[in-house]
Design a protein around this ligand. Structure first.
Ligand code: SF4
Length: 408
């Protein structure tokens, strides 16, 4: 390996390499019996794998059910009650199963399994709210994004109808047992742009009763002033998944998004919302994400997307393409690690160059993506002043959150 950042003892590289290659489970593993989380067939579009904690405290979700994972050089073994990662038969590192919380076994007072309302993604609670994205039911032909699995698993792993009371019950259980600090709502597209109307009652209750951080990931509403209101009621993160920066590939892979909103409206929403940081309550942190999937377009195009997102003051979220079983792209090979290292290196460096607030929210570990701050070990560059600023900002946000949560 010529690149010093490309080695199994580099935590960011290992997390990335596992996303790209997957993992085989040795017969010695007893994931659920040992308190790990069940492997979900598909989940929220990208995550279908085994939730693990890697060295360096990096939480991840490693592909195990997809075809490519069957040829992975990585294997997981259980030895003397501990889990060990090997590559081509050689020890790589001890790893830990992400703990399955007690509430995963519980039901709501209406009798629904709590995991059909929401699940932990790393250490935050993810809720896919409301009915299936309407790109999946479009006539005469469905127009879903070709990598997406949401329409395959709804009704199997997720409950279709989720009342505010049911969601609050699950959030309280997750707060009590898992100490969550952040709740993330995710919806697909609904005719009439109703997604924000659907989510607002949930957000208001959470903010009023629990004071947790709340994020929403929906299509970009056609009336961008709706985001001023979200900022006012205390939403902390809005995320827009345009997935692909190359216009032609965007149109091909995301036909519904292209026809309904178009890439330009996604970008305008990112730009508009990033500028709202200066408005709204100072006691509520505000972050805007533009989300892309690396591996669906050339790395140079992903890097252009990263540079554009940071140029407007938003933070890129970069997923790694996973050819999920049952999706239109299930037979497409996953990306190569070496092609994606420059993308994730740029992710870290671009955020640091722009002085963006990365890694400041307390208690949030994300398993489905490699976060910008986690990519530090892929870069040889140092940003001492910005690193110090982030430390101070992180401490201030932690103090504010612990005061607020103690009072709720
Ligand atoms: S917008 Fe695309 S990625 Fe999102 S749920 Fe609908 S089909 Fe899936």
């Amino acid at each position: 390996m010529t690149d010093p950042a490309a080695a199994v003892d580099n935590p960011a590289w290992l997390k990335l390499d596992l996303y790209c290659k997957g993992l085989r489970l040795d017969d010695s593993c007893f994931v659920e019996e040992d308190g790990g989380r069940k492997i979900l067939r598909t989940r929220a579009g990208l995550g279908s794998g085994l939730e693990l904690i890697l060295p360096g405290g990096l939480w991840t979700n490693v592909p195990v059910t997809e075809g490519f994972a069957r040829h992975s050089p990585y294997t997981l073994h259980r030895e003397s009650g501990r889990y060990l990662l090997r590559r081509d038969g050689h020890d790589v590192a001890p790893v830990t199963l992400s703990p399955r919380p007690r509430w995963y076994e519980e039901k709501t007072s209406t009798g629904k399994p709590m995991t059909r309302i929401g699940t932990l993604q790393g250490t935050y609670l993810g809720i896919y709210q409301a009915k299936v994205c309407e790109y999946w039911t479009a006539k005469p032909q469905k127009t879903n994004c070709k990598f997406c699995s949401v329409g395959l698993n709804l009704g199997i792993d997720d409950a279709d109808e989720k009342s505010v009371d049911e969601v609050m019950e699950v959030i309280k259980a997750a707060r009590r047992d898992s100490g969550i600090t952040y709740v993330d709502f995710n919806t697909g597209h609904y005719d009439g742009d109703t997604y924000l109307d659907i989510l607002e009652p949930f957000i208001l209750r959470i903010k009023r009763e629990l004071g947790l951080l709340v994020g929403v990931q929906t299509p970009p509403h056609r009336d961008l002033r709706r985001y001023d209101h979200l900022r006012e009621i205390g939403v902390n993160r809005v995320s827009f998944c345009f997935e692909i920066f190359d216009r032609k590939i965007f149109e091909e892979i995301c036909p519904g998004k292209h026809a309904e909103y178009g890439l330009d409206h996604y970008l305008e929403a990112v730009r508009y919302c990033a500028a709202l940081g200066r408005k709204g309550p100072r006691t509520e942190p505000w972050v805007v994400n533009g989300e892309i999937i690396a591996g669906l377009e050339p790395p140079e195009s992903s890097i252009r997307a990263i540079d554009w997102i940071v140029s407007v003051g938003a933070i890129p979220t970069v997923c790694v393409f996973r050819p999920l079983v049952g999706t239109d792209m299930q037979d497409v090979p996953p990306p190569r690690t070496e092609d994606l290292v420059p993308v994730f290196r740029r992710l870290y460096e671009a955020c640091m160059e722009k002085g963006l607030p990365i890694g400041c929210a307390p208690g949030i570990n994300v398993s489905l993506v490699l976060l910008p701050e986690e990519c530090r070990s892929l870069s040889a560059r140092h940003f001492p002043v910005q690193t110090l600023k982030l430390k101070l900002l992180g401490a201030a946000v932690r103090r504010m959150m612990s005061r607020r949560l103690a009072a709720s």
